[in-house]
Design a protein around this ligand. Structure first.
Ligand SMILES: O=C(O)CCC(=O)C(=O)O
Ligand SMILES: [Fe+2]
Length: 204
């Protein structure tokens, strides 16, 4: 199989900001106005969707994951959104993690979990494929109003006690990609999120 080219959108560097490692995740609210959120959502919904595949064999596995994904490429229409998201990620990393990061190596994913099929993503870590750059930080950007769905909690289990990420529309949640996490089944309505990973050289 031909190897996908290394697709890196560089992240703007931010000097370290004194702070401490968060308990499980960090979050930032209000990155976009409601109108901007609608624009991002519409741009994503115009893209073709496919079932998410997971695991070492990259298959659809309804026990592990039941959701749809769409790419949101960094084209002219979406450059402004990418810019803002990457700026905030850079700042949050400088403040809370100070990991050595280079950027993202694939387009943002727009994910949809449907209540009528109990869409979910079981416990997992976000490992990279062996031939891809190391995933160091996982990002979820909440695209749905919490009153549009039930269930669909993003839970991160760093200490043995899972914590639930904030659900407000427009909240960016960031955590180390090797922390085990899941999305509990959506039992009503629809939950959408934008997902990406920040890559960088392996930890030393
Ligand atoms: O839907 C989410 O918020 C997280 C999805 C996720 O964990 C993943 O795609 O690896
Ligand atoms: Fe994940």
């Amino acid at each position: 199989m031909p190897m996908r080219p290394l697709y890196i959108i560089p992240i703007p560097p931010t000097p370290p900001i004194p702070g401490r490692l968060p308990e499980a995740f960090v979050s930032r609210q209000g990155l976009f106005s409601d109108e901007e959120m609608d624009r991002i959502q519409q741009a994503a919904l115009h893209r073709e969707s496919r079932r998410v595949v997971v695991g070492l064999d990259n298959k659809v596995d309804p026990d592990g994951n039941l959701s749809f994904v769409r790419h949101l490429p960094p084209n002219k229409e979406m450059q402004w959104a990418y810019q803002r998201i990457l700026d905030v990620i850079s700042e949050l990393n400088a403040r809370h993690f100070q990991f050595d990061i280079t950027g993202i190596d694939e387009p943002l994913y727009h994910v949809t979990y449907e209540g009528n099929e109990k869409g979910h993503y079981n416990w997992h870590i976000d490992a990279n494929a062996p031939d891809r750059p190391r995933r160091k930080l996982a990002i979820t950007f909440q695209m749905s109003h919490p009153n549009e769905y039930e269930g669909g909690d993003l839970e991160i289990n760093m200490t043995g006690i899972p914590v639930t990420a904030p659900k407000e529309r427009g909240t960016l949640v960031m955590f180390p990609a090797n922390h085990i996490h899941r999305v509990t089944p959506v039992t009503k309505g629809t939950r959408c999120a934008l997902v990406t990973w920040i890559v960088g050289p392996p930890f030393k």
